[in-house]
Design a protein around this ligand. Structure first.
Ligand SMILES: O=C(O)CCCC[C@@H]1SC[C@@H]2NC(=O)N[C@@H]21
Ligand code: NA
Length: 616
């Protein structure tokens, strides 16, 4: 493989990035309150404005994984992945108008304090531990990706870079707290966009201009149409990305501590909501840049066979080869792209460190040592940030074992652990009668199901998706492969199909499992009563439709009248839900506008009579 080497200029640019990041961290360590309280160290004194918060929100979950993984995905499978952008609409509107208001008004420091207010301390600890596990593994992927990719293609000092990055990151996170993390995120997001833009501009110019690039990607059928295939084992379709992606976004931008901490560090609730809105255009831009980079890469190499030139068949490493091939004779630009990769990684890792230190302090240590002094607590928070930093280097190695493309690994991690935690919050916020036994059982069921399908898919190597042929001329999809595909599907056993479930459904699937099991167990063990509910911990999503069951409602063993009252409660709830949906639908139907009142009532009356006819 012909190595691409770095000039001194490149190392200088990379060094400048690390120096600038460390400088911002140092500045916040010696300015403001000099990070002497946990309120400042962990919550930035709740003084942040929406612009830095929004850029920091993007940086948290836009790492080298997206910068390398998405172009590799588009190069291999086409632009179907771009439809995940549709999930950003609901994926940011719901956090802005459901999760942020509820969590902000509770004036929390950790998102998981909500779980104790709404359920119990045990549920809070389980939620926190799930989050910690998820973020530690994710940090490992974030450290591993740039180091592995650079090492596969260039003579870049692998462990030197990883250690330098890890140390600088730990340094400014430990000294400057959340303020330093947010402001370095702002700087690093800028470098990230600049690096990707440079590669695209140079890449298009070197591949014969935009028209030529478009012709090649069009003929190489890399421009995917709207794939409405409902098969949930199909890796990327509009449904898995546009709908399954909403659950993924909610688990990240709605209830993940790294993001919630940024909302809570905002000056006012309005600023937090505004920062959530500002994330939308920036996320779309980030998605567009990485998808276009994949298309340019395809146009550049579709008439060449790269397998001999890049170690192994890893498409991720190919992205770095492409970048170095484009930028090698422009001194400083390879360094800019390496700085872009490590900026993306640093901003995600530092967010993870800081949020891990916060929840460990707020959810696991402070409740057990309430008498701890402020300076001890702050010192301990810094020690935690350091220890988590070292732990993530260990996790970097484990990532090597997961084999999949790094994008798939990251999305599986979020699905397997983010989904169940999202389910826990939904159970608590939208179903007032859910109790802590139900919540615990729900979380356990959700995690069990998520790990079963996730590990099953890794062990049986299924769900990898079929790579499209790499060639510039239009290759008609050969019929025999589809026939073979159909035959394979027919012979797949139920369990094999379960393991082939698209990883984009992991979040939604595990979230719904938590809610369903949580509701069932809550009803069986005696639903929560209104008077036991902490005010402000329920979001009246369906109005009062899911109001409290009559307290004489019992299941399993209650006498006939009780089960009848149960039926009546369920009928009333169903009826209210139906009438609510009839009413909301009727205003959509223009012709029913004038008749809206009586038609709504008439339908409601019909439903009511139908349901209440069962009344004893
Ligand atoms: O880039 C990463 O570190 C993780 C992969 C992307 C995570 C999800 S995908 C939807 C949302 N958009 C992003 O840019 N990141 C998150
Ligand atoms: Na990042």
């Amino acid at each position: 493989m012909d190595h691409k080497f770095f000039t001194v200029t490149d190392y200088v640019i990379f060094g400048l990035l690390l120096a600038a990041s460390a400088g911002i961290g140092l500045y916040h360590a010696v300015s403001g309150g000099r990070q002497r309280t946990t309120q400042e160290f962990l919550m930035a004194d709740r003084s942040m404005r929406c612009l830095p918060v929004s850029l920091s929100l993007i940086a948290s979950f836009q790492s080298a994984v997206a910068i390398i993984g998405v172009p590799a995905e588009v190069y291999t499978h086409g632009t179907q992945y771009w439809f995940i952008g549709c999930a950003y609409v609901l994926g940011l509107l719901i956090p802005a108008h459901v999760f942020i208001p509820l969590l902000y008004r509770l004036h929390l420091s950790s998102a998981y304090q909500y779980l104790e207010l709404r359920f119990s301390r045990a549920v809070r600890v389980c939620g926190t531990l799930t989050f910690i596990f998820q973020m530690v593994v994710y940090m490992g992927v974030c450290v591993y990706t740039p180091a592995f990719a650079l090492n596969a293609v260039t003579g870049f000092q692998l462990w030197g870079a990883v250690l330098a990055t890890g140390l600088v990151c730990t340094l400014y996170t430990t000294m400057g707290g959340l303020k330093a993390v947010i402001w370095t995120d702002v700087f690093q997001t800028g470098v990230m966009f600049a690096g990707q833009l440079a590669v695209i501009v140079v890449g298009v110019q070197k591949t014969g201009g935009p028209a030529e690039v478009w012709r090649k990607v069009w003929e190489g059928n890399r421009i995917s149409g709207l794939d409405l295939n409902p098969d949930p084992t199909e890796r990327h379709t509009f449904w898995t990305l546009g709908v399954g992606g909403v659950f993924l976004m909610l688990s990240l931008y709605g209830v993940n501590q790294a993001q919630v901490q940024r909302y809570l560090s905002s000056r006012t609730e309005k600023e937090a909501i505004r920062s959530c809105y500002m994330v939308f255009p920036a996320l779309q831009l980030a998605l567009a840049l990485s998808c276009i980079m994949g298309l340019v890469m395809f146009a550049r190499y579709c008439d060449e066979d790269l397998s001999g030139r890049v170690g192994g068949s890893s498409r991720d490493a190919m992205v770095i080869y492409f970048v170095m091939d484009m930028l090698q004779d422009l001194p400083g630009l390879p360094g800019l792209f390496v700085a872009c990769l490590f900026s993306a990684a640093l901003s995600s890792i530092s967010s993870a460190f800081n949020s891990l230190a916060t929840v460990t302090m707020e959810d696991l240590i402070k409740p057990r040592f309430p008498a701890m002094s402020e300076e001890t607590a702050t010192l301990l928070s810094k020690a935690l940030a350091l220890s988590y930093g070292l732990l993530c280097l260990l996790m970097a190695y484990l990532t090597h074992l997961m084999g999949d493309s790094v994008l798939q690994v990251a999305l599986k991690i979020f699905g397997m652990m983010g989904g169940p935690v999202l389910g826990l919050f939904c159970l608590g916020m939208f179903f007032p009668w859910a109790n802590s036994t139900g919540a615990g059982a729900g979380l356990a069921a959700g995690l069990a199901v998520a790990f079963w399908v996730g590990i099953g898919s890794i062990v049986t190597r299924s769900g990898a998706g079929r790579a499209l042929p790499v060639s510039c001329s239009a290759v008609p999809p050969s019929h025999n492969t589809s026939a073979v595909g159909e035959a394979a599907l027919r012979t797949q056993s139920g369990l094999q199909r379960f393991y082939s479930l698209s990883y984009m459904w992991y979040s939604g699937f595990s979230c719904l499992s938590v809610v369903l099991v949580g509701l069932a167990v809550s009803l069986l063990t005696g639903p929560k009563r209104q008077e036991d509910l902490e005010p402000g911990t329920v979001f009246p999503l369906f109005g009062n439709v899911f109001r409290f069951p009559p307290d004489d409602m019992k299941f399993c063993g209650g006498d006939l009248t009780q089960s009848v009252s149960t039926m009546r409660f369920l009928c009333q709830t169903l009826n209210q839900q139906l009438s609510w949906s009839v009413r909301s639908l009727s205003f959509l139907l223009p012709w029913s506008r004038e008749g809206e009142q009586e038609s709504g009532n008439r339908k409601e009356v019909v439903i009511y009579l139908m349901l209440s006819s069962r009344r004893p």
